[in-house]
Every structure is written in structure tokens, then in C-alpha cells.
Design a binder for this molecule. Structure first.
Ligand SMILES: NC(=O)c1ccc[n+]([C@@H]2O[C@H](COP(=O)([O-])OP(=O)(O)OC[C@H]3O[C@@H](n4cnc5c(N)ncnc54)[C@H](O)[C@@H]3O)[C@@H](O)[C@H]2O)c1
Ligand SMILES: [Zn+2]
Length: 339
């Protein structure tokens, strides 16, 4: 099994690409490991979990909260988990975020690793060490930055992933190409979701390319002083829309990316709005929505990236080159209103 080690400021994460769930046994001691997964994963992949200690969570963002952490801690105590225990989160971003967080606080910190099972978790959520939970309506309000000791990639998990979740993953993949990888953008232009669902080797290569892209961005700026902010491309407006309308995360950031591209046109002279819209449409993502500008702006200006009357916004200079620029709130509002 090939291993790729990425060194972060205080620890190293081993990436096992092109691996299989069965390899887990050679990475961790089965007796010391406790798996955390959710009910959907457990139902679709039950056989895999035989012989492992497993904690099963209810699925979905609504359960990414302290009450769930409490039930995990109770079960860890029942399993007599101690400092030598390693927690293995197997699931989408909800499971990996909760697992990393619980591992970081139980007995002041256990080691943990992930097997991401959604496309989004493979290319984004499981990488970078941000682990946390929501508090009421506030997403990721409580958490830590702590890196997993390993990430195991078994893309056969994606066979059971619903199409809507594939599309969410592609929104982040397109985001990565826009901020950092023009060659990948070109590649994405030539294909669509169905293509990658069929072509296992191309999918594997795409997952790996995106995971490494994110890992590198994080490695260069683990504590988000600079370039890690680029990963928020499309997310400022995206989060405001996601909060108030019935949109998936991928749909919301897709609309956010189109707005940020328009904004870029005015501020950096960006000239490629059209190909961005086209590629998003090709991956079944919405590029426009009708919304209440005042309501959305009220949420948007509460974003963590605001400083008094300016907001640090992720823009593009060209496809493959993202930049963070301060923008006056007034200007942001007027562009929103032009819709
Ligand atoms: N830590 C980070 O840096 C970071 C980055 C991005 C997102 N996130 C977090 O990730 C979460 C979203 O992650 P997500 O999109 O993976 O959502 P999710 O974990 O809710 O998974 C989506 C759905 O797919 C199901 N599922 C997962 N894998 C499956 C499979 N292989 N087959 C069938 N069903 C499967 C899940 O049970 C769930 O119903 C959010 O909470 C977000 O805040 C974290
Ligand atoms: Zn996102």
C-alpha cells in the first residue's frame, strides 16, 4: 500500500490513496480502534464493519452538535477507551468533523484518522484539520484545528453515494480549479458527473489531485492567515444563501462562485465569467437564483471575514488564480442588487 506523508506544523498526516477499506487493519490495531460512522453508511456497508467496535450516529448536519458528541463520549467510556485508542471516522464531512472534534477533547486528545465516503469529504472536509460542531444556527461555531494521523481513500464507497451528493463534491472540485488549477479546469470542461461515475481511474486521479491541492493550500497556511482563505471562494454569498433558502451546499456555493466571478470582472478585470457559468451548468449546478437582496446582505455582512465596512472577498484574476481583496460593503451590495 502506497503512503504519501504530508507534514503540517505540529504533525504529519499519511494519505493512502487508491486503497481499500481492508487496508485499515494494517494501519491501525483493530483492538485499539473504534469506528465512528453514520446510520446510512452502516446500512449500506454493514459487512465491512464486522469485527470492529462501532459507534453509529444519526445522519445529517442536524446531528453535528454537542448532544451527539456527548453520546459518543458515553459510548467511548463504555468501550473503556483510553489514550491508546484511535478513533476512525468513516463517513461524510459530518462524521469526520465530529470524529476529529471528539477525538481532540476525549481524555484531552486521542489520535484519529478518517475514511471519507462522500466526494466532498474526500476532496475537502476530511483534509486540513478543522474539526467542529454547530451551535444552533451557527455552523462550525465550536471546534479545534488538529490534523488526522491518516486518511484512507477507498473510492468504492462512492458507488452508493446519491447523485445530489456527487454534485456537492463537484462544486468544491470546480472551486479548487478556479482558485489554483487552470489545467484541471480544462479537464473538467471536457467531462461531466456521469463520466466520472463511470471512469474509475479518472475519478481516482481527480480525487487525489483535489485532495493534494487542498492539503498543499493548508500546509502553506494552516491557521488561515493568508492563502487558506482562497478555499472560501464562493462561500461568502454561498453561506448566506444556504442559511435562508432550500439549497444544498454545492448549489449555494455555485451561485456564490458566479457572483464572485462577476465581482472579479469589476475589480480585477477578470474575463472568464462565461466558462465558469458553463462548467457549473455542465456539472448540474445552478448559477443564478432570485433572492431577497436585503435579507441576504444582512446575513452576508455578519460574515467572519468582515472588517468594519470592508469585507475580504475571494476573487479571481484568471481561472486558476484566486486572490483575496478587501471590498467596500456598499460596492458589494450594489453588485448584489444588479443581480
Ligand atoms: N472540516 C472542514 O474543513 C470541512 C470542509 C468542508 C465541509 N465540512 C463539513 O462537512 C459537512 C458536509 O459533508 P458531506 O457533504 O460529506 O455531508 P454528510 O456527511 O452529511 O453526508 C451526506 C449524506 O451522504 C450520506 N453518505 C455518506 N457517504 C455515503 C456513501 N458512501 N453512500 C451512501 N450515502 C453516504 C450521509 O449519511 C449523509 O446522509 C458539513 O458539516 C461541513 O461543515 C468541513
Ligand atoms: Zn464548501
Amino acid at each position: 500500500m502506497k503512503k504519501q506523508a504530508i507534514k503540517f506544523s505540529t504533525s504529519t498526516t499519511d494519505f493512502y490513496f487508491d486503497a481499500s477499506f481492508n487496508d485499515l487493519k494494517s494501519i491501525v490495531d483493530q483492538k485499539q480502534a473504534i469506528i465512528i460512522t453514520d446510520e446510512n453508511l452502516f446500512a449500506s456497508h454493514q459487512k465491512k464493519f464486522k469485527g470492529w467496535k462501532v459507534i453509529i450516529l444519526k445522519a445529517g448536519e442536524a446531528h453535528k452538535k454537542q448532544a451527539t458528541v456527548d453520546t459518543i463520549i458515553e459510548q467511548l467510556i463504555d468501550f473503556e477507551a483510553d489514550r491508546k485508542t484511535i478513533l476512525v471516522g468513516i463517513g461524510g464531512g459530518v462524521v469526520t468533523d465530529i470524529t476529529g472534534y471528539t477525538a481532540s477533547i476525549y481524555m484531552r486528545g486521542l489520535s484519529f484518522g478518517f475514511i471519507p465516503t462522500t466526494l466532498l469529504a474526500m476532496v475537502d472536509a476530511s483534509i486540513g484539520g478543522k474539526n467542529g460542531i454547530d451551535v444552533g444556527l451557527y455552523k462550525n461555531m465550536v471546534g479545534v484545528i488538529r490534523q488526522p494521523s491518516f486518511l484512507l481513500y477507498d473510492i468504492s464507497f462512492l458507488k452508493t453515494l446519491p447523485d445530489a451528493e456527487w454534485i456537492n463534491g463537484f462544486a468544491e472540485i470546480i472551486k479548487h480549479s478556479c482558485i489554483r488549477d487552470a489545467a484541471m479546469f480544462k479537464q473538467l470542461q471536457q467531462h461531466d458527473v456521469k463520466y466520472y461515475q463511470r471512469k474509475k481511474t479518472d475519478l481516482q486521479a481527480l480525487v487525489k489531485r483535489n485532495a493534494m491541492l487542498k492539503a498543499k493550500v493548508v500546509q502553506e497556511d494552516e491557521f488561515e492567515k493568508g492563502d487558506r482563505k482562497l478555499l472560501n471562494y464562493g462561500h461568502t454569498l454561498g453561506h448566506a444563501l444556504e442559511n435562508q433558502y432550500e439549497l444544498s451546499h454545492g448549489q449555494a456555493i455555485s451561485i456564490g462562485m458566479v457572483y464572485a466571478a462577476h465581482l472579479s470582472q469589476q475589480i480585477t478585470g477578470f474575463k472568464q465569467v462565461k466558462p465558469i457559468i458553463e462548467v457549473l451548468e455542465q456539472y448540474e449546478l445552478p448559477t443564478h437564483s432570485v433572492f431577497d437582496t436585503d435579507k441576504v446582505f444582512a446575513v452576508l455582512k455578519m460574515d467572519k471575514k468582515r472588517e468594519r465596512d470592508t469585507m475580504n472577498y475571494v476573487l479571481l484574476e484568471k481561472i486558476g488564480k484566486g486572490v483575496v481583496k478587501p471590498i467596500q460593503l456598499e460596492q458589494l451590495k450594489s453588485i448584489l442588487e444588479q443581480g
